[in-house]
Design a protein around this ligand. Structure first.
Ligand SMILES: O=C(CO)[C@H](O)[C@H](O)COP(=O)(O)O
Length: 224
């Protein structure tokens, strides 16, 4: 079974958790896209929900497939949020932000009563950090932040797209960090978030209720 199939199976399983009347956080990335397509099919068949997108790209796709959208401030609290991840460990700690949407994704997750992660089997790791940790930074401070994080041994790299800095939906910049050698991840997260100009990190710690992982031809559940 290919990775795309694993993503799709996890995505389809997650949509079964969405019930009539729910306010739904819509994640970003290729796995979340499978979920949005399936949710669109269910809406076409009569499922009545409203979605809060975690990125401009997700908003566009959701509109294309007919999912009614509302803003986070209209929704206030979401019933369920379904999103992908770049890595997760056995304690359900995540690295997210490979697609650059980590800030809104974290806000949507924080404002959701139940957080579901959907992933293919390659996302499961024994130790977080093979995937470089994305952080979102204010452009005014990015060079200084890179200087400070270099001194901390985190090998920061400004994310580029076709040679130019990648801009987030909030017009910020992403810096990718090598955290593989760090043992105390919660402490690292605290240190990072205290540096002025770092808006958010891609470490999603203790925010996930359920992970659905496509593995071969089945979907494995990891629960709190
Ligand atoms: O955090 C994300 C985007 O900011 C995505 O959820 C993460 O990158 C996983 O993406 P994919 O499902 O394409 O592997």
């Amino acid at each position: 079974m290919g990775l795309e199939q694993e993503k799709k199976m996890a995505a389809i399983k997650s949509v079964a958790l969405v019930k009539n009347g729910m306010l739904v956080g819509l994640g970003s990335g290729s796995t979340a896209a499978f979920m949005i397509l399936k949710l669109g099919e269910e809406v076409a068949k009569g499922l009545s929900i409203k979605g809060v997108p975690s990125s401009d790209a997700t908003a566009k796709l959701a509109r294309e497939v007919g999912i009614p959208l509302i803003s986070l401030e209209e929704a206030m609290k979401l019933d369920i949020n379904i999103d992908g991840a770049d890595e997760f460990d056995s304690s359900m700690q995540l690295i997210k932000g490979g697609g650059g949407a980590l800030l809104r994704e974290k806000i949507v997750a924080y404002n959701s009563k139940y957080n579901v992660i959907i992933a293919d089997s390659t996302k499961e790791v024994r130790r977080l950090g093979k995937f470089k940790l994305p952080i979102e930074t204010i452009p005014f401070a990015t060079k200084n932040i890179i200087g400070e994080l270099t001194e901390m041994g985190l090998k920061p790299k400004l994310r580029l797209v076709k040679g130019s800095p990648y801009k987030t939906d909030e017009e910020n910049l992403i810096v990718d960090l090598d955290i593989f050698e760090w043992d105390d991840i919660p402490n690292l997260n605290e240190m990072l978030i205290r540096i002025p100009g770092i808006v958010e990190t891609g470490l999603f710690l203790d925010s996930t209720d359920l992970i659905l992982v496509g593995k071969g031809d089945s979907v494995i559940k990891i629960e709190k």
